[in-house]
Design a protein around this ligand. Structure first.
Ligand code: FE
Length: 358
């Protein structure tokens, strides 16, 4: 059920977390009739906080019949050919992106002008259920600091993964679900962070286990383990059952050496996101899967987000359960559980004693 009044309340809380205050300008960006109810709620919420809101509504429709976010090729959106709209967005203190500008040059342009940005395209239920908190931000930023100081990140699982990322060339990107820092981008809902290995500095093996999620591009739980061998930052072998065959075929179709590159690596901190969420609700673009608490998000393909040169369109995101992560050989996660007190979230879900840790 969608209740415009309580959704406006929720957007008001979001804008408060994002530091919107009297005298600021809030731009809402949408296309055609997509998410007009979201636009209305953000405009009303901005008013409540004493800010000056305006709405940029582009005349192009998303190419998906369902109006899926990012249905245009990621990074190539109608805003590229609409300079007056782009200029207007740069005038705002914050842009609420309801159309999916992620991976586009225009997004970087808006951020470079000092405007902060918040992407918001997920179903309202998810926005509510995974509403960000300051404590989640603290844990994401603590994680950021730990990774930033590490020269190696190694992750492993009992299925046979053992992969080492040499790092230093790329920074750390955080997503904690709101943004109050000029020029910074975030996504509501979120709750994870990532870095990238040096271009030729990722070696080892990843075994994507049964129940791990190939969220991009397949939105599915893996049934048969997939063994991926990586040398000097590139995939050199993929083997296994049907899921491996699907992945091999998907990547090969790009006919692009860069499609075999290794992209971001990090972990999820959102205790309100569920591993099983995708099974019950497939409308999401996958933020719940990427953010669930204690997952390791392994990814291949482009690294332009981190400032790298790999701009392939072949991006694969795989949230994995029960992994262990070591930074310079110091454990952070063991079998999917954080071992550093500052990263532990309060338990939010009841489980009978016999199922705790199951
Ligand atoms: Fe990704």
């Amino acid at each position: 059920m969608f209740d415009p009044i309580s959704f406006t309340d929720l957007c008001t809380k979001q804008l408060e977390l994002s530091g919107v205050h009297e005298g600021e300008t809030v731009a809402v960006l949408s296309t055609m009739n997509d998410r007009m109810d979201y636009a209305d709620a953000f405009l009303a919420a901005s008013r409540r906080l004493g800010a000056t809101p305006f709405h940029v509504r582009l005349p192009e429709a998303s190419t998906s019949l369902l109006g899926d976010a990012g249905a245009w090729t990621p990074g190539h959106t109608p805003l590229a050919s609409n300079k007056p709209a782009l200029d207007a967005l740069k005038q705002a203190d914050i842009v609420i992106d309801l159309m999916f500008l992620l991976f586009s040059r225009e997004q970087l342009d808006i951020q470079a002008s000092g405007t902060r940005m918040l992407l918001c395209v997920e179903p309202v239920d998810n926005l509510l259920r995974m509403f960000p908190t300051k404590d989640q931000r603290r844990r994401v930023e603590t994680s950021e600091e730990l990774i930033a100081n590490a020269k190696t990140l190694r992750f492993a699982n009992k299925a046979g993964s053992d992969l080492v990322y040499q790092r230093g060339d790329y920074g750390v990107m955080t997503e904690y679900g709101y943004t109050d820092i000029p020029g910074r981008w975030d996504h509501w809902p979120a709750g994870f962070l990532f870095t990238g290995g040096n271009d030729d500095g990722v070696d080892g093996k990843v075994v994507i286990d049964r129940g791990d999620i190939i969220i991009t591009p397949f939105k599915k739980y893996v049934q048969d383990p997939v063994e991926v061998t990586i040398e000097r930052g590139s995939i050199v072998d993929i083997r296994g059952g049907l899921d491996a065959e699907l992945l091999r075929d998907y990547i090969a179709d790009f006919n692009d050496e860069k499609a075999y590159g290794i992209s971001h690596i990090g972990w999820g901190c959102n205790e309100k996101a569920r591993w099983s969420g995708l099974q019950n609700d497939r409308r999401s673009i996958g933020m719940e899967s990427r953010a669930f608490y204690g997952n390791v998000l392994f990814s291949t393909g482009p690294n332009t987000e981190l400032g790298g040169q790999n701009d392939t369109g072949c991006h694969i995101d795989v949230p994995m359960r029960n992994c262990s992560v070591y930074l310079d050989d110091e454990p952070v996660l063991i079998d999917g559980e954080f071992v550093i007190d500052d990263l532990k979230a309060p338990r939010t879900h009841f489980a009978p004693p016999s199922l705790v840790g199951a």
